[in-house]
Ligand binder design. Structure first.
Ligand SMILES: NC(=O)c1ccc[n+]([C@@H]2O[C@H](COP(=O)([O-])OP(=O)(O)OC[C@H]3O[C@@H](n4cnc5c(N)ncnc54)[C@H](O)[C@@H]3O)[C@@H](O)[C@H]2O)c1
Length: 382
C-alpha cells in the first residue's frame, strides 16, 4: 500500500466532506494507495473546525493559517484546495509550483484569465497530477451510461441534456453569501458555481460545444446582508446554455443543453443527464439516485424501463451490491480516483477519472462565450 501525505486548504463545507472520505478509506477494497492527512490550513476557520480535524485525524502534524506554510511542508505530497473562486488563481499555481499534486475545486479560476494562469502552471509541471473535483459521474447509473456510450449502445445520439439544479435561493430571506458577489464568485454566477458538474460527462465523452446561445437570469435582486440591511445580488441565478455539439466518431451534430440553476423550485442538489439515441435512450437524476431510466429500441413498442442499480462502483468497496449509493460514496470514489492517479499515473478507466485541467479550460471557454451570448443576444462560437 502506497501512502500519500495529504494537506487540505480550506476547511469549510467541502474541506470537511473530503476529510471524512479519508477517514472512511477502509471502505475501499483493492486500492493500492492510501491518503494520510498530515496538514490543514484555513485563514478563518469556522468555530471548532480545527478541533474537529485534530480529534478525528491524529496524523495531522501541521495546522497553518497561511497556505504558504502548508505548501512549503515536506510532510505534504498532495493537496485538496477548497477556497472561494477569487483565490484559485493565486493558490492553485502556488501549490503546483511547490511540487504538490492538486485536487482543486471547480471552477478552477474565477474567469478565463485565471484559468489560463492555472493551466500555465499545470503545463510547466507535467509530472504532477492536477485534477478538479466533480463527484456525480461516479454514481453507478452514470458509470453505466458512460459504458453505454463507449460501447456505442445509443446508436446515433441526437440530443443530450445535462444540468445541476438548486432551489434554496428561491427564499428571498436567505442571507447573501459569497456566491452572489462578482468579486468572489465571478461574473459567471451559477455557471461558475455549478457548471463544471454539468459539463463533466459531455466533455469526457468528447461532446464539446462548438457554439452557444445562452439565456441567463437574475431573479432575486437583493438579500439580507446579515447586519440588518439588504445587499445587492450581483451574479446570475440561472443559466440555460443551448450548444451545438457533435459525436467525435461520426461528426454527426446534436443539441447539447447545459442548465445550471440556483433557483429551480423544489430541487436540492439535483444533478441530471439524459441521452437520446436511435437505438437507446437513458436518463439519470440524483433525485432518484439508484434508478437508471432506459429505453432500448429495436422497433415496435417504445417503453421506458426503471432499473434499480446495484452498488456497481468504479472502485470496488466492501458494500454489498444490494445496497444504495449516495453523495458521500461519490465523494469517496472521486477521491479514490485522484489518489489512484497520483500513485499509478493514470485512471483505472477514462470514465472513472476526475476532471482534467483541459476540461476546465473548455468550461471556461463555454461560460465566457455564454456571457457574450447573453450580452449580445447572439449565438457565439466557443
Ligand atoms: N464539489 C462540490 O460538490 C462542491 C460543493 C460546494 C462547493 N464546492 C467548491 O468548493 C470551493 C469552496 O467552497 P465551500 O462551499 O467549501 O466554501 P466555504 O466557504 O464553506 O469554505 C471555504 C473555506 O476557505 C477558507 N479560506 C478563505 N480564504 C482562505 C485562504 N486564503 N487560505 C486558506 N483558507 C481560506 C474559508 O475560511 C473557509 O473556511 C469552491 O470552489 C466551491 O465552488 C464544491
Amino acid at each position: 500500500m502506497k501512502t500519500v501525505r495529504f494537506g487540505i486548504i480550506g476547511l469549510g463545507l467541502m474541506g470537511r466532506e473530503l476529510a471524512s472520505a479519508v477517514a472512511r478509506w477502509c471502505h475501499l477494497a483493492d486500492i493500492n494507495v492510501r491518503p494520510v492527512i498530515t496538514a490543514i490550513c484555513d485563514k478563518a476557520p469556522p468555530p471548532g473546525r480545527i478541533d474537529w480535524f485534530k480529534e478525528n485525524f491524529p496524523t495531522i502534524k501541521l495546522v497553518a493559517a497561511d497556505y504558504r506554510e502548508l505548501i512549503a511542508s515536506p510532510e505534504v505530497d498532495a493537496v485538496y484546495c477548497a477556497v472561494p473562486h477569487n483565490l484559485h488563481a493565486e493558490l492553485y499555481p502556488a501549490i503546483i509550483q511547490a511540487g504538490k499534486h492538486l485536487l482543486g475545486e471547480k471552477p478552477f479560476g474565477i474567469d478565463l484569465a485565471a484559468n489560463n494562469a492555472i493551466l500555465a502552471a499545470v503545463k510547466a509541471n507535467p509530472r504532477l497530477v492536477v485534477r478538479s473535483s466533480s463527484e456525480f459521474p461516479f454514481f453507478p447509473a452514470v458509470q453505466r451510461m458512460f459504458r453505454m456510450v463507449e460501447e456505442e449502445s445509443f446508436g446515433r445520439i441526437f440530443e443530450v441534456n445535462s444540468g445541476f439544479l438548486h432551489s434554496s435561493d428561491l427564499d428571498p430571506n436567505k442571507p447573501i453569501n459569497w456566491k452572489r458577489l462578482v468579486k468572489i464568485n465571478g461574473e459567471y454566477g451559477a455557471m461558475g458555481d455549478l457548471g463544471m458538474h454539468a459539463c463533466h460527462f459531455p466533455f469526457r465523452m468528447g461532446w464539446f460545444p462548438k457554439n452557444v446561445r445562452a439565456i441567463l437570469s437574475k431573479i432575486v435582486a437583493q438579500r439580507p446582508d446579515g447586519k440588518g440591511g439588504m445587499a445587492p445580488c450581483e451574479t446570475w441565478d440561472n443559466a440555460t446554455l443551448l450548444c451545438e455539439s457533435a459525436d467525435p466518431k461520426s461528426g454527426a451534430p446534436f443539441p447539447l443543453t447545459i442548465k445550471t440553476q440556483r433557483i429551480a423550485p423544489g430541487q436540492k442538489d439535483t444533478w441530471h443527464i439524459e441521452i437520446f439515441g436511435t437505438k437507446a435512450s437513458a436518463r439519470f437524476s440524483t433525485k432518484n439516485p439508484k434508478c437508471l431510466e432506459l429505453l432500448e429500441y429495436k422497433g415496435g413498442e417504445q417503453a421506458w424501463q426503471h432499473l434499480d442499480m446495484s452498488y456497481e462502483s468504479a472502485f470496488k468497496t466492501i458494500t454489498g451490491d444490494i445496497f444504495e449509493f449516495g453523495f458521500s460514496d461519490a465523494i469517496l470514489q472521486m477521491m479514490a480516483s485522484f489518489f489512484h492517479e497520483a500513485a499509478n499515473g493514470k485512471p483505472i478507466k477514462p470514465c472513472a477519472g476526475c476532471v482534467t485541467p483541459e476540461e476546465t479550460a473548455w468550461s471556461h471557454r463555454l461560460f465566457t462565450a455564454a456571457l457574450r451570448s447573453q450580452k449580445n443576444a447572439s449565438t457565439e462560437a466557443v
